[in-house]
Design a protein around this ligand. Structure first.
Ligand code: AMP
Ligand code: MG
Length: 493
């Protein structure tokens, strides 16, 4: 390496393709240095997969990079421009506190964004301070890594550094920066922005870029309308993603169009949480007073967001607007069925069912209906069925459940696959643990208030293999102690 300041080779292999997009799509912006960076969370397996030097990153050099105090060789820091519908209202947004260092090309040839979240003000900060507090950044680290372990497409978390500087929220809180890894940060809102602020040519360049990055095979087997294919492919990935959320009881909390990716990864873990008691109208976010982003609304909101993407893409889909609208509407119409089929397939697997029978839907719905009626824990009901311990399910003892259980056993008896195979399918489809709210809060409190990260580390290690059904996971499966108030999450920006 020629640069004398970089004595150790960390393994950075940056490319900066985003900076080749039209100028209106971003602003070059260096992170603002912080006082005393200290690594408080570091993801060794992810660093390895990225081709990075673990030891070097765990030193002061790593802390300096994760804090934005030192720009790694080859990086070209920038803030991305985007817009978005927030709770239904269109707004100009952009990276107000996040800075993209560049795209790391991994040893496997994968291209991933390396982004510092909480790295200082940018031209898109509006009234914000560009900073983040330790709690929300560790929260994103825990939840994103747990989602990944659950097999759900997601952005990931490489590190969190404490900045040594307070951030002012309702009170002063210790500041932190999260290093986020994403297959890209292209959002529905990125297209809304390009459509509104740019020319059709700008929009085409952005769409071509997205196709190349996420759907390189899009041209194959079509009549050549690659932009319609882009829309169709995003619809497919989002249908799959949202079904996966529903199947594990995940509530995102802020499904604004700027928080929905073109890659199909979950992004922007703010006031999100996993549902304990099964209740379709579950809302966690303190700012979602209308329940717009409630659990059962998530598929509808996804479809609504995808319609916003379709609108942005119209000029590329067909030069005749009426024709473009018709093509887009046909594509959007497929979402519901795609989503539902993923969900149904996932539910069959959760019940150990290998093939389709028409009555499966009724069997599934009847279970969910009982769970709702009796306030059963979502994760633990499936866990109890998986462990063949129906007696530990909250529903047990009711005649309704006994009769359902018999029907289910008869259903399993009608398939060729053995009981063992069925149980294996259930084990790989029903997590033994999820990041329960009280466990996450407990970990964050220890970190924030005592500087004790061991609680979080233990939680992370249990969540890293959610389908293991190991003895140490048992205590983490326990439902939260009775609380008089419903659990609320705060944006905590
Ligand atoms: P989010 O709620 O994280 O999706 O963020 C919504 C918008 O607010 C994005 O444009 C963020 O960059 C911006 N934002 C959030 N927090 C801050 C902050 N502390 N300073 C500046 N901008 C922020
Ligand atoms: Mg966002």
């Amino acid at each position: 390496m020629t640069d004398q300041t970089h004595t150790i080779d960390i393994g950075w292999n940056f490319d900066n393709s985003y900076s080749e997009l039209p100028d209106l799509m971003y602003t070059k912006q260096d992170p603002a240095p912080v006082r005393a960076p200290q690594i408080i969370a570091f993801n060794v397996p992810l660093a390895e997969a990225l081709g990075l030097n673990i030891e070097a990153l765990q030193s002061d050099e790593g802390a300096a990079v994760f804090a934005g105090n030192e720009i790694p060789p080859g990086a070209l820091p920038l803030a991305q421009a985007y817009a978005g519908h927030q709770f239904g209202h269109f707004t100009m947004l952009g990276d107000g506190r996040a800075i993209l260092l560049g795209e790391q090309i991994t040893p496997q040839g994968k291209r991933v964004d390396i982004q510092l979240k909480g790295a200082g003000r940018t031209p898109y900060s509006r009234g914000g301070d560009g900073r983040a507090a330790i709690g929300p950044m560790l929260r994103e680290y825990i939840i994103s890594e747990s989602m990944h372990a659950l097999g759900i497409p997601t952005t990931r978390s490489l590190a969190v550094v404490a900045t040594g500087q307070p951030v002012t929220r309702e009170r002063d809180l210790p500041g932190a920066i999260l290093t986020r890894v994403a297959s890209s940060h292209l959002r529905v809102g990125t297209f809304q922005y390009a459509r509104g602020a740019g020319t059709t040519e700008d929009l085409r360049i952005l769409a071509d870029y997205t196709l190349q990055r996420h759907y390189p095979d899009a041209d194959r087997g079509t009549d050549g309308n690659r932009y319609l294919v882009l829309l169709q492919e995003v619809i497919k990935r989002q249908a799959d993603l949202i079904a996966k959320w529903q199947l594990v009881g995940f509530v995102h909390g802020v499904m604004n169009t700027d928080n929905m990716t073109l890659s199909g990864e979950s992004i922007d873990y703010g006031p999100c949480a996993f549902m304990d008691t099964f209740n379709p109208s579950t809302v966690f976010s303190s700012i979602d007073s209308q329940g717009r982003y409630a659990y059962s609304n998530q598929p509808y909101i996804a479809a609504w967001n995808l319609a916003r993407l379709a609108e942005a893409l119209l000029p590329l889909i067909h030069e005749d607007e009426d024709e473009a609208i018709k093509l887009a509407e046909d594509a959007l119409a497929s979402f519901t069925e795609l989503y539902y089929n993923h969900w149904l397939a996932g539910m069959r697997a959760k019940l150990g069912i290998f093939h389709e029978e028409e009555q499966d839907e009724a069997l599934i719905k009847s279970l969910l209906g009982m769970m709702q009626k009796h306030g059963a824990d979502y994760t633990n009901t499936f866990r109890a069925l998986t462990l063949n311990q129906p007696e530990i399910a909250a529903l047990s003892g009711t005649t309704e459940f006994d009769s359902w259980y018999t029907q289910w056993q008869e259903r399993l008896g009608r398939q060729e696959e053995s009981e063992t195979e069925s149980r294996e399918l259930m084990r790989s489809s029903n997590p033994a643990v999820i990041p329960r709210n009280h466990r996450v809060e407990e970990a964050l409190e220890a970190a924030e208030q005592q500087g004790d990260f061991s609680v979080m580390e233990r939680l992370l290690s249990v969540l890293a293999n959610p389908y293991a059904y190991s003895p140490e996971q048992e205590e983490y499966a326990a439902v939260p102690p009775e609380s008089p108030r419903p659990y609320r999450t705060y944006c905590g920006t």
